[in-house]
Design a protein around this ligand. Structure first.
Ligand SMILES: [Zn+2]
Length: 165
């Protein structure tokens, strides 16, 4: 697999890997990434801008990787809108991560899958290397999304035996 493809496989589409760090004590892989975006659309007025104001590093927990916790440290660009009368500064968004999220969408999905698979929190915790609080929160977030999807679907194809509606 060429380097670029491998990076995309491990990371998210917009991200490029600067360097990788392994912390043995906490069994954590830290992926130091930057974004390959050149421009962004201002969320206030919709104008496209390429004026980079400054940067900000965010820490995002991702789905585990080979028995290790996976942390993304992303150097995000903060753009300044060049629109007359706007000039607002905004941070670029990254697909797969919610605006103020601390975890990736794929970690959330994995929590849901594992909660279905393992009967107890310990199994999920061991597999994902994350705390109970995070598991509960992500699990219920995902269940709520699923529930909403199902509610909007007038003809559900499958109905679980544990559902009472
Ligand atoms: Zn603007």
């Amino acid at each position: 697999m060429p380097d670029q493809d491998l990076t995309r496989f491990i990371l998210l589409p917009k991200l490029q890997l600067a360097r990788m760090e392994r912390v043995a004590e906490t069994r954590t892989f830290i992926f130091h990434c930057f974004t390959n975006t050149k421009t962004a659309f201002c969320p206030h007025c919709g104008l496209e801008t390429n004026f980079v104001h400054d940067h900000r590093v965010v820490k995002i927990l991702d789905a585990p990787h080979a028995e290790h916790r996976k942390l993304l440290k992303i150097k995000k660009k903060r753009f300044r809108c060049t629109g007359l009368g706007c000039k607002k500064v905004f941070t670029e968004s990254i697909g797969g991560i919610h605006k103020h999220g601390k975890t990736t969408e794929r970690l959330k999905k994995e929590v849901l899958y594992l909660c279905d698979r393992y009967a107890n929190m310990k199994g999920v915790r061991n597999h994902l290397k994350i705390g109970n609080k995070t598991i509960y929160k992500k699990h219920y977030e995902q269940l709520e999304i699923k529930w909403r999807e199902r509610k909007n679907d007038p003809w559900p194809k499958t109905i679980g035996i544990d559902e009472h509606s």
